[in-house]
Design a protein around this ligand. Structure first.
Ligand code: NAD
Length: 429
């Protein structure tokens, strides 16, 4: 079967856009600032374990195709590894390594007892049947099953993976281990041990940190203007929650294109339009806008909620938002970050804080599965709010103390917590 590419904007920039080298650069900046021991620095720059797989799948037309798959475990000093699985034609081993390391810092910043991991398969879900996706997922789950498990490494959804895919992984693991193991993945359907509030958690966590940022900056969320790149799980639910909190969502985009209405888009109707047509494009009462132009709009809050490397040296001078809340992982390059920090007037809420609501409620799901005792949605949301507000405050005060940007502040919080765990446990043997 031919692989159709999902369009990803190629930014004209001279910067190194390799995600793993970007992650190491961000880590080095913070490690330097907090005077991390050189030995620990060497350990924490690299993933602990990185598995590369060839996954043969029988396709519907009778042919066999081999897909590349990865699972990377970056660090487990604070607990089992945790991280999503991404299905995308452009997935690379280095991208998965970067995402795994970001998970380590993210879990430490929200102070949950997990280390970082990530998985990925190079595939285009839009061009595969449900049966092909199930066979690919089960083969992948089987291949990684020796290194995953409720007390080892717990996968979750990421780009183009969902609760159905988590259910297949949970089933494959359970069938090959002889007992039902709901705690092996999170992001499951609620009737299979999933948590209420997990589907909305990334966006809700993002809302809580945006609210904290607004308080610090003296911006009223009620009436604030918002532009969102990406209209999937993170982006579309963020739009809904922000609109419910009085913000005006003026522009959104997805892989097909973007739309703009400066007076505000009706988000409920837009969700129905996307569900019906598969895209935000063509929505009534709006004008078309490119993803590039959306990033440069004058607005109070910009939420990149699609993929990496969207704000680079090439477009950073044209970013006009006062808050950039990174729902996506890795949307801003280190050079662009430095420009935004120097320029002032823009607060970047870094990915490892802004989208940590997802892993936080994944942790709640895992706790509920292990206890076999389930909480209602209000309970989940209240606990999430407490965690996110505290994490924002920890990062903000650390950034101020070290006179650094919010990303470096977030890294320092994460690195210090992981380094304390590692040095207290010691290097085995
Ligand atoms: P998703 O698959 O639900 O949605 C991705 C969205 O991005 C889709 O609307 C797609 O059309 C859009 N998109 C793709 N290419 C685009 C482009 N070139 N321009 C504009 N839009 C484009 O994925 P998601 O779960 O919402 O994840 C989005 C980002 O958030 C990723 O970086 C992911 O790692 C991060 N994230 C997600 C979660 C979660 O719980 N879902 C948690 C943490 C981080």
């Amino acid at each position: 079967m031919a692989t159709a590419r999902i369009p990803v904007p190629i930014r004209q920039t001279t910067e190194d856009l390799n995600p793993f080298r970007i992650a190491m650069r961000q880590f080095d900046t913070a490690a330097e600032k907090c005077g991390l021991d050189p030995g620990l620095r060497e350990v924490l720059r690299r993933p602990r374990r990185a598995l590369s797989l060839s996954l043969p799948v029988k396709m519907d037309d009778g042919s066999t195709r081999v897909f590349d798959g990865f699972r990377v475990q970056h660090n487990s000093a604070r607990g089992p590894c945790k991280g999503g699985i991404r299905y995308h034609p452009d997935v690379t081993f280095d991208e998965v390594k970067a995402l795994a390391s970001w998970m380590t810092w993210k879990c430490a910043i929200v102070n949950i007892p997990f280390g970082g991991a990530k998985g990925g398969i190079v595939c285009d879900t839009h061009k595969m049947s449900k049966g092909e996706l199930e066979r690919l997922t089960r083969r992948y789950a089987y291949e990684i099953s020796p290194i995953i498990g409720p007390d080892k490494d717990i996968p979750a959804p990421d780009v183009y993976t969902d609760s159905q895919i988590m259910a297949w992984i949970m089933d494959t693991y359970s069938m090959t281990h002889g007992s039902s193991a709901p705690g092996v993945v999170t992001g499951k359907p609620t009737f299979l041990g999933g948590s209420f509030g997990r589907n909305e958690a990334t966006a809700r966590g993002c809302l809580f940190v945006i609210r904290s940022a607004c308080e610090v900056l003296g911006i009223k969320l009620n009436g604030a203007t918002v532009a969102i790149e990406g209209f999937g799980n993170a982006g579309s639910i963020a739009a809904q929650l922000l609109a419910q909190n009085g913000a005006t969502v003026i522009a959104v985009s997805d892989s097909q294109g973007g739309i703009l209405n400066r007076a505000g888009l009706n988000v409920s109707e837009l969700l129905a339009h996307k569900a019906k047509t598969g895209s935000v494009t063509g929505f009534h009462n709006s004008n078309p806008i490119s993803s590039d132009a959306l990033l440069e709009l004058q607005c109070d809050i910009l939420i990149p909620a699609a993929l990496e490397n969207q704000i680079t040296l090439e477009n950073v001078d044209r970013i006009q938002a006062r808050i950039v809340a990174e729902a996506a992982n890795g949307p801003t390059t280190p050079d662009a970050d430095a420009v935004l920090h120097q320029k002032g007037g823009v607060m970047v809420i870094p990915d490892i804080l802004a989208n940590a609501g997802g892993v936080t409620v994944s942790y709640f799901e895992w706790v509920q599965d292990l206890q076999e005792l389930f909480w209602d949605e209000d309970d989940v949301n209240r606990r999430l709010e407490r965690v996110m507000v505290k994490a924002f405050s920890d990062v903000h005060s650390t950034a101020k103390k070290h006179n650094v940007d919010m990303r470096t502040g977030a890294y320092i919080v994460g690195i210090e917590r992981v380094a304390t765990a590692m040095s207290t446990r010691g290097i085995w043997p």
